[in-house]
Design a protein around this ligand. Structure first.
Ligand code: BDR
Ligand code: CA
Length: 316
C-alpha cells in the first residue's frame, strides 16, 4: 500500500485533495505539510487540522512548512486568492476548530524521514509552492533517489498561466524552488493547468453532497459553492470550478487517468518570464528523463470517481 504526503496551501481545492486522499483505499495519508499561497501557512495548517476533524480523521499529523518563498523573507496573500478561496481559505465557511495542534517537528524533517522509511512506496503530492520540497532536497539530497513519485499540481505547458500569461500560481510563488525540483532526478509528474482546467465541478454536484444531510456534506458543499461562484467571475469560459489539486492526488495513485509526454523541464527564474514551466533547452537532447508532463486527461472518468469517492466519504 502506498503512503502519501500532501504539501498544501489549504484553500478550497486543497481541501478537496485532502478528502480525495482520505477516500482512496490504495494509499494511506501519513501526513500533511503546510505551505503558503492561497492563505498564510498558519491559516492553511489550521484549515487542514479542522478539515481532518470534520472528515473523521484526526489521526493524520499536520506539520508546519515554509512561511514564504526561498528568495524572500515575507509573504502576503494575493487579493485574487482571497477572492477565489475566501479570506479564511475555505470560502468564509466556519469550521469547528480541531481539538489538537500542529505537530512540533518541521514538515521538511518529516518528509526526509518518511522518504527514508518508505522509499518507493512514498508518494508526495505538492499542491502549493515547491518551497518545502526544495528545502528537503537541499538538506538531504539522498531523498532524490528514494521517493517513489512526486505528483505535483502546478505549471502550464500547452496553455497560458493563471497569474500571468505564462505562469501558474503555485510555481509563480517560488520559481527558484520549482526549478530546483524540476532539475533534480526525482521521478516527477507535472499535473498542470493543461489538464486541471478540464476537470470541472458545478453546483449540480455540490447539491448531491448537501442532500446527504451530513455535516461534512453540508460544509463541503458550502465551501465549494464559494469557489464555483468565484470561477464564474474569474474564469466564466470554463463553466465550473477547476479540480486542480484533487486531480494530482488521483493521478498519483492512478497514473493512467492522464496521458503524458516525457520532457526535461525547467522553470524560468528571471524577469518577465519568472515562473514559466518549459522544456529545458540544455537537456533537450538528453534521452534520460524522469519528468512526465500531463497533456490530456480522462475527465469523465476522473470526475465520476471524484464524486463517487467524496460522496461516500461525506456520508459518515
Ligand atoms: C493552484 O493554485 C492554488 O490557488 C490552487 O489551490 C491550486 O493549487 C492552481 O493554480
Ligand atoms: Ca493548492
Amino acid at each position: 500500500k502506498y503512503k502519501m504526503i500532501l504539501d498544501l496551501d489549504t484553500g478550497i481545492d486543497d481541501a478537496l485533495a485532502i478528502a480525495y486522499a482520505l477516500a482512496t483505499p490504495e494509499t494511506d495519508l501519513i501526513g500533511i505539510i503546510g505551505s503558503y499561497g492561497n492563505v498564510v501557512t498558519s491559516r492553511g495548517v489550521q484549515n487542514s487540522l479542522d478539515l481532518l476533524e470534520l472528515l473523521g480523521h484526526p489521526e493524520v499529523p499536520v506539520y508546519m512548512g515554509a512561511n514564504h518563498s526561498s528568495t524572500t523573507d515575507h509573504f502576503d496573500v494575493m487579493p485574487v486568492s482571497a477572492q477565489i478561496h475566501g479570506v479564511n481559505g475555505v470560502g468564509e465557511v466556519s469550521l469547528k476548530q480541531a481539538d489538537r495542534q500542529v505537530e512540533t517537528g518541521s514538515g521538511v524533517d518529516f518528509l526526509i524521514s518518511a522518504a527514508h522509511q518508505y522509499q518507493k512506496d512514498l508518494l508526495l503530492v505538492p499542491t502549493g509552492p515547491l518551497t518545502n520540497l526544495a528545502a528537503a532536497l537541499d538538506k538531504d539530497p539522498e531523498i532524490e533517489n528514494l521517493i517513489g513519485n512526486v505528483t505535483l499540481m502546478g505549471g502550464a505547458l500547452t496553455v497560458p498561466g493563471n497569474v500571468t500569461p505564462v505562469t501558474e500560481a503555485n510555481i509563480n510563488q517560488d520559481p527558484q524552488a520549482a526549478d530546483r525540483v524540476f532539475r533534480s532526478s526525482l521521478p516527477l509528474t507535472m499535473v498542470g493547468l493543461d489538464v486541471t482546467t478540464r476537470t470541472l465541478l458545478t453546483t449540480r454536484e455540490t447539491q448531491q453532497w448537501r442532500d446527504l444531510g451530513t455535516v461534512a456534506g453540508q460544509k463541503y458543499a458550502e465551501i465549494v459553492d464559494f469557489y464555483i461562484d468565484a470561477y464564474k467571475v474569474t474564469s466564466p469560459h470554463l463553466g465550473g470550478c477547476a479540480l486542480h489539486d484533487p486531480l494530482a492526488v488521483a493521478v498519483a495513485v492512478e497514473p493512467d487517468l492522464i496521458s503524458t509526454i516525457y520532457l526535461n523541464m525547467k522553470v524560468d527564474t528571471k524577469a518577465s518570464f519568472a515562473g514559466r514551466t518549459i522544456g529545458d533547452e540544455t537537456r533537450i537532447n538528453d534521452p534520460a528523463t524522469q519528468t512526465q508532463v500531463a497533456v490530456n486527461v480522462d475527465k469523465e472518468r476522473f470526475v465520476q470517481e471524484f464524486m463517487t469517492k467524496l460522496t461516500e466519504l461525506f456520508k459518515n
